[in-house]
Design a protein around this ligand. Structure first.
Ligand code: FPP
Ligand code: MG
Ligand code: MG
Length: 385
């Protein structure tokens, strides 16, 4: 029955590969400096949802069955295991040098390959999955400093535990190690994609901090308000997901059509993911989220539910203009949003993007991995944390 609901646990489809993820990531961010080592590994203690690595692995497996470029599995696909020949990187007298040695050891005898010898997921694609999580975790370390957040993954956030300086530096360190791992894939296009993601994360965060699209003091709702929000959302959240899905297809030597389909899937899923995130900030308790709830208004941020409410309640403009800093602004805004259709409209828009994501990969041959990608879409809409 083609209309039967798909029920594939996406995690089980790539469970073998996921099993090594945390330990591989911990190895990638190891440092000879004990404190840096601790801070860098801090967010790997409580396992995250691993949405991004899971998507990369599922996309890798799903595209393994699609048309390939003439040259087939090329050099880049396996170069993850190429040992470093420039010994100077390994022997410089910095505290993390021994760990670089360890990193090199991974690349010579990859833990990754212990998964199995004949997997349809390439070692480079598994490493890409780890790189996406490193970049994501780096952005969370920085984000929690910017947002003055006190908790993450149901534990004190790194900035609370170690202070802002160490949290920022640990984020930078993760980006450095992600760059090393990326360079070792020896694929310039993939390197360019993931480097662009890092720039996009900063651009998205800047757009969120400083809204240039309107008269700041007394903004008026226009269609541009939503356009700006969606562009910000792409940069902040969908860029990493879309470009890493694209990179997974590229590493698998997929044809341009397949690469584009992978990208569109990730872009639409990523936009839906953040819309739901912005909705949960209004609807779910902090306890369930594992991080502070209702934080966006407190931070002065107007996200989708409020922007939709604003369209029908011009009075919100004044509050947006002063970033909800007036006495009672946050409560007032919350009440207007709850009485509006803002949350419904946000969910409906997320659903539209989810439909587009599923449509993007409709031409992929049927497989558990493809069903896993579809199931990830359903999960994004149903998620509560
Ligand atoms: C979480 O958003 C944060 C992001 C998706 C990206 C943040 C990006 C930066 C801080 C730019 C600099 C980072 C790097 C790595 C270059 P949120 O605050 O809405 O979500 P939350 O509720 O999980 O905190
Ligand atoms: Mg935050
Ligand atoms: Mg933030």
């Amino acid at each position: 029955d083609p209309n039967a609901p798909i029920s594939v646990d996406p995690f089980r489809t790539v469970a073998k590969e996921m099993k090594f993820l945390t330990s591989n990531i911990r190895q990638l961010v190891g440092s000879g400096h004990p404190t840096l080592d601790t801070v860098a590994k801090y967010y790997t203690q409580s396992e995250g949802k691993y949405v991004r690595p899971m998507l990369v692995l599922l996309m890798s497996r799903a595209t393994a069955l699609t048309p390939k470029l003439e040259r087939g599995i090329g050099e880049s696909g396996w170069n993850v295991d190429r040992p470093i020949t420039d010994k100077s990187i390994l022997t410089d007298d910095n505290p993390s040098a021994p760990e670089y040695g360890e990193l090199n050891a991974i690349s010579q005898e990859p833990v990754l390959n212990k998964v199995d010898g004949d997997s349809d997921i390439l070692p480079s694609q598994r490493r890409l999955a780890e790189i996406t999580e490193l970049i994501h975790t780096a952005s969370l370390l920085h984000d929690d400093v910017i947002d003055h957040s006190i908790s993450r993954r149901s534990a004190p956030s790194a900035n609370v535990e170690f202070g802002n300086k160490m949290a920022v530096l640990a984020g930078d360190f993760l980006l450095g190690r992600a760059s090393v791992a990326l360079a070792r894939l020896r694929d310039p296009e993939v390197t360019e994609l993931l480097a662009t993601v890092i720039a996009n994360l900063v651009e998205g965060e800047f757009m969120q901090l400083k809204n240039t699209a309107r008269d700041e003091k007394n903004p008026v709702w226009t269609e541009d308000t939503v356009t700006y929000y969606l562009q910000k959302t792409y940069l902040k959240s969908a860029s990493l997901i879309s470009k890493s899905c694209r990179a997974a297809a590229i590493l698998g030597q997929s044809t341009p059509e397949v690469v584009e389909a992978a990208y569109l899937y990730g872009k639409n899923l990523g936009l839906a993911f953040q819309l739901v995130d912005d909705m949960l900030d209004y609807t779910i308790s902090g306890e369930e989220l594992g991080k502070p709830a209702g934080a966006d208004l407190e931070l002065g941020l107007a996200t989708a539910p409020l922007l939709f409410a604003w369209k029908d309640n011009q009075s919100l403009g004044k509050l947006v203009g002063r970033k909800f800093s007036g006495e009672g602004d946050v409560a007032k805004a919350r009440e207007i949003v709850s009485k509006s259709t803002g949350l419904e409209q946000t969910r409906a828009l997320a659903q539209e993007y989810i439909d587009k994501a599923i449509e993007a990969i409709s031409a992929f041959p049927e497989s558990d991995a493809k069903n896993g990608l579809i199931e990830m879409c359903t999960k994004v809409l149903k998620r509560r944390n």
